[in-house]
Design a protein around this ligand. Sequence first.
Ligand SMILES: Nc1ncnc2c1ncn2[C@@H]1O[C@H](COP(=O)(O)OP(=O)(O)OP(=O)(O)O)[C@@H](O)[C@H]1O
Ligand SMILES: [Mg+2]
Length: 425
Amino acid sequence: MPKIVLTDVTKRWGNFYAVDHLNLVIDDQSFVTLLGPSGCGKTTTLRMIAGLETPTSGRIEIGDQVVFDSEKGINIPANKRHVGFLFQNYALWPNMTVYQNISFGLKNSKKYTKEEIDEIVQRVSHIVKIEMFMDRYPSELSGGQQQRVAIARTLAPQPQVIFMDEPLSNLDAKLRLEMRAELQRLHLDTGCTFVYVTHDQMEAMTLATRICLIDNGVLQQYDAPLDVYNRPNNLFVADFVGSPSINFVDAHGVQAEDGSMDFSVFSGLKAKFKFANKTDIKKFREEESSLMNAKAEEAEEASKDKKHVEKGNKDVKFNYHIARVDEDKDASPEATLDDYVLGIRPEAIKVVSKGGIEAEVYSAMPTGMETTLRLRIGNFILTGVVFGGITYKIGQTVNIKFEGDGISLFSRESGRIIDTGALEV
Ligand SMILES: Nc1ncnc2c1ncn2[C@@H]1O[C@H](COP(=O)(O)OP(=O)(O)OP(=O)(O)O)[C@@H](O)[C@H]1O
Ligand SMILES: [Mg+2]
């Protein structure tokens, strides 16, 4: 069974880098989602692994076979890579029955006897629960059933790796949820490696064993979903995953003797941030500047190469958003080295009977299971989620605290995470 290894894979058109030096190891039998905003390079990455797009440079291995190597001039065609596809526009043949649709590729390959084809079709249609529709035409099926036929057709040649590019985007919300659960089962039942493209962070979170989050062709984080959620590498990742979004809060301060940070937040309020792990800010800064130097050196080295093409679509610093009542005010003045950004997940905000800080209920949206609260502190707005059916009056004052040691602290300069910790106000 195959593991997929991408080494330094780049795809550019002119000076536009769709995928920028991507290194990735997709473990055997894993379910990896490629996630990121529109145009970040997800489909291009998938197509390169599948053999439908030729990388500009780099190396790709599937199992023990090198399927692409720009230096050695290796490029195995797609039909010899033993992979299956399922794309967003999974056109079924309208003039063929479900059985014919599923068996079409098998018949063409001439590898199987009629009995073997029968058996395979039966098995895969059982997995996706469409065995009762074998004689129907696609037009006689619902959207979800058609989608399942398309999945069965992908499974029929028994690929060891299955690539899917937003296969559920045509379905309505309820069906999508149902199909998600089925895909998860399918992954278990087939033991295949799944590589799945989506721009829906919820889909990526719920399905994947590992998420590969990309921005502007550059890998941002490659981790298990909950690690991406709880310990985002940088401000971009923190902002991209989670709904409602994470709250960003500017913090200004220095590290105290005992290792904690003495911060001023929300325009003058005193707060203490206690790192979950022993962290030395000075050391972090040193590491960060040596990292930046190394990067600059690398860029200079690369620019000396005659074949080097400067990246036209420059990587820009992520502009994090701080929610305020007076949105048009310039919230973040020029940053100094004593400036940081806190990332507070909505569920870390707890309404308490006393202590903490006072906040005004700006809006309250109960769904029954939980209530999304927007809380005003001075001119700042925090979004919190409170579980259970509690009613809040708009304008009422509540006391809030920040719970747990899962609050992220980021360097304002680079946007990188320093560590997580607890915030006491
Ligand atoms: N043939 C091409 N020539 C030039 N640029 C291209 C070509 N194909 C894709 N691109 C560009 O490469 C970038 C990555 O495209 P890709 O299709 O991989 O995005 P994506 O992450 O799948 O986005 P979406 O979520 O919108 O499907 C895009 O900015 C796109 O415009
Ligand atoms: Mg795409």
